[in-house]
Design a binder for this molecule. Structure first.
Ligand code: CP
Length: 353
């Protein structure tokens, strides 16, 4: 089954195939306008979304297919207590492909156990967001010409930002990339991602000043402080507004820097930066729709495109302790672990167990 849970499950050739196909679709979308005719996608959004949800829907419609789904689970039988397992089992019988977003880490992987249709992870809690990374790499390829040898600044909420986790995992597979991790100590990149970077020999430094770092960067990936993931409003108040990209900071940056952001933005990029030709975040969101078209087209039409999970979990008698892991909510899931950089991690949320 072709589930898209983590871009780490794609070989570099497969990733390049999707990037190239997205370029082909951008150039000649008429050729693909009927490629998913008669197929239905379910978009199951247990969490709010503008870009991911609507770009999946637009992508499917532009391929000639149709969509059903919900953007508020409280308008579905989830409100009556239906489990993720039962919801997915039922909907997989109605559709050809599922794109889902859920607040718990590991939810998309859990869904794959119960789906006869391919599941695409549209964001699982603070864990991963593979199709945002597809969007990001398409942007990098088109705007920088290569996915190698970039100094990439990741700035903001590196702890809770799933787009950052997916991007760090993917870019660490390409040659010569290094990261400058710009955050407060409280919002630093999780250890399991740093372990993976170490394992792959990908260099990174951790700093707390965007102003001091910006001049060294080829790519600046800004992120929102994720208020909804904090344990208390007081903690969020302490963290918000610490990193703001504005025109004076842009003056310290290289002429060929590119500024990306998965969006939505709150206050971390001043509006005055939008007119700078190096600010590519709106263009990036458009590329995302073409990336999703390429992905859906491939999953539904190319039987040779096989996706092999990068890690195989082993059943474990130790439950995961991460309160935001799907195993804490859907109690029928059996705990599983695998090794990442010498540490045993939960096969659903990848936090150390
Ligand atoms: N980038 C992204 O995931 O945006 P949405 O939350 O609007 O889908």
């Amino acid at each position: 089954m072709k589930h898209v849970i983590d871009l780490d499950d794609f070989s570099l050739q497969q990733l390049q195939y999707i990037i190239d196909l997205s370029a082909q679709i951008m150039q000649n979308s008429a050729e693909f306008a009927q490629s998913c005719k008669g197929k239905i996608m379910a978009t199951l959004f247990y969490e709010p979304s503008t870009r991911t949800q609507m770009s999946f829907q637009a992508a499917m419609k532009r391929l000639g297919g149709d969509t059903i789904g919900f953007d508020n689970p409280m308008n579905s039988s989830v409100a009556k207590g239906e489990s993720l397992k039962d919801t997915i089992k039922i909907i997989a019988g109605y559709v050809d492909i599922i794109a889902m977003r859920h607040p718990m880490a590991g939810s998309a992987k859990a869904a794959t156990f119960y789906s006869d249709a391919p599941v695409i992870n549209g964001g699982d809690g603070s864990h991963l967001h593979p199709t945002q990374t597809l969007t990001d790499v398409i942007t990098l390829c088109r705007e920088k010409g290569t996915l190698n040898n970039h100094v990439i600044g990741l700035c903001g909420d590196l702890k809770n930002g799933r787009t950052v986790h997916s991007l760090a995992k993917t870019m660490s597979k390409f040659e010569g990339n290094s990261f400058v991790l710009i955050s407060t100590p409280q919002l630093a990149l999780p250890d399991y991602i740093k372990n993976l970077l170490d394992m792959r020999g990908c260099k990174y430094t951790e700093v707390n000043s965007l102003k001091e770092a910006i001049g060294t960067l080829d790519v600046l990936y800004m992120t929102r402080i994720q208020g909804e993931r904090f344990d208390s409003p007081e903690e969020y108040e302490k963290q918000k507004g610490v990193f703001v990209l504005d025109r004076p900071k842009m003056e310290l940056a290289k002429n060929d820097l590119i500024v990306l952001h998965p969006l939505p933005r709150v206050d971390e990029i001043a509006l005055e930066v939008d007119d700078d030709p190096r600010a590519l975040y709106f263009k990036q969101a458009v590329y995302g729709m073409y990336g999703r078209m390429a992905l859906i087209h491939t999953l539904l039409n190319n039987p040779e495109f096989e996706i092999t999970p990068a890690h195989k979990g082993k059943k474990s008698s130790n439950p995961c302790c991460n309160a935001k892991c799907i195993t804490q909510q859907e109690k029928y899931l059996y705990p599983g672990v695998y090794d990442m950089g010498g540490e045993a991690v939960c096969e659903f949320c990848e936090e150390e167990v």
